[in-house]
Design a protein around this ligand. Structure first.
Ligand code: HEC
Ligand code: HEC
Length: 195
């Protein structure tokens, strides 16, 4: 192969490899978000939501809700003073990150699986899959719940019940308040195992 052709081929290969790797995190992710959510959205601890592979539109909505005070909590301080472009870049970046490793199955796995797929007809709890999807991958309007941290999921269910999380027009409140503590824990443990 002539020398020039060979070097072009090598350049193309290098460009292809660079594209296959995850993009560099935007500066705001490195300086402000990574401390709690991780540089790849894997989360620095159980209490922080994993943002990797979450839907971009859902992330953007939550961030806008925190900014406007429709959803309350520590995040309100984190988004204060951020430009719209910085918020959009963080949502886009985290949404593009690969799914982190799922948790191992627990003793409550099958109880959680039943509730997710079938609900609890005796307590008039609808199946979670009806909205969040069979694999819990969600959609632009509905959060992905698969691979999420157990402690975070449990806390959100509790906060819907106590009406502390008030930014979803009450869809989740009426469902969450019918779950017992055991059912909430079981469904959270099941969700954490899904890829
Ligand atoms: C000091 C820790 C901390 C930092 C720093 C932080 N967050 Fe959060 N974030 C949280 C916690 C805790 C929650 C869960 C909500 C709650 O407890 O109020 C959360 C929730 C979120 C959610 C909602 C996720 C969901 O599934 O509903 C998004 C989106 C988010 N953070 C994005 C960001 C972005 C983007 C940054 C950087 C600009 C950031 N966070 C910085 C702690 C943090
Ligand atoms: C009728 C549709 C519907 C059903 C059924 C439903 N959900 Fe949801 N869920 C939603 C919507 C909509 C949101 C987004 C709220 C928002 O925008 O802040 C949500 C949000 C959540 C969140 C917050 C996720 C996050 O990242 O912060 C959790 C946890 C959750 N749902 C768990 C469940 C569980 C467990 C069940 C079954 C017992 C269930 N949902 C059934 C519509 C539904």
């Amino acid at each position: 192969m002539p020398r020039a052709l060979l070097s072009i081929a090598l350049l193309c290969l290098a460009a292809g490899l660079a594209r296959a790797q995850s993009p560099e995190p935007p500066p705001i992710v490195k300086t402000r978000c990574a401390a709690c959510h991780g540089e790849k959205g894997e989360a620095a601890g159980e209490d922080f939501p994993r943002l990797a592979a979450q839907h971009e539109a859902y992330l953007a909505k939550q961030l806008a809700d925190f900014k406007a005070g429709r959803r309350e909590g520590i995040m309100q301080r984190m988004v204060r003073g951020l430009a719209d472009e910085e918020v959009a870049a963080a949502a886009k970046y985290y949404a593009s990150q690969p799914v982190p490793p799922p948790a191992a199955k627990s003793e409550l796995h099958d109880v959680g699986r039943f509730i997710f797929l079938r609900g609890n007809p005796w307590a008039k709890i609808p199946a979670c899959k009806a909205c969040h999807g069979e694999s819990a991958h969600g959609s632009a309007q509905l959060p992905r719940l698969a691979t999420q941290n157990v402690a975070y999921l449990e806390r959100q269910i509790r906060e819907f019940t106590q009406r502390k999380r008030t930014n979803d027009n009450e869809v989740m409140h009426s469902i969450a308040e019918r779950l017992t503590a055991l059912e909430a824990r079981a469904v959270a443990e099941y969700l954490a195992t899904l890829p």
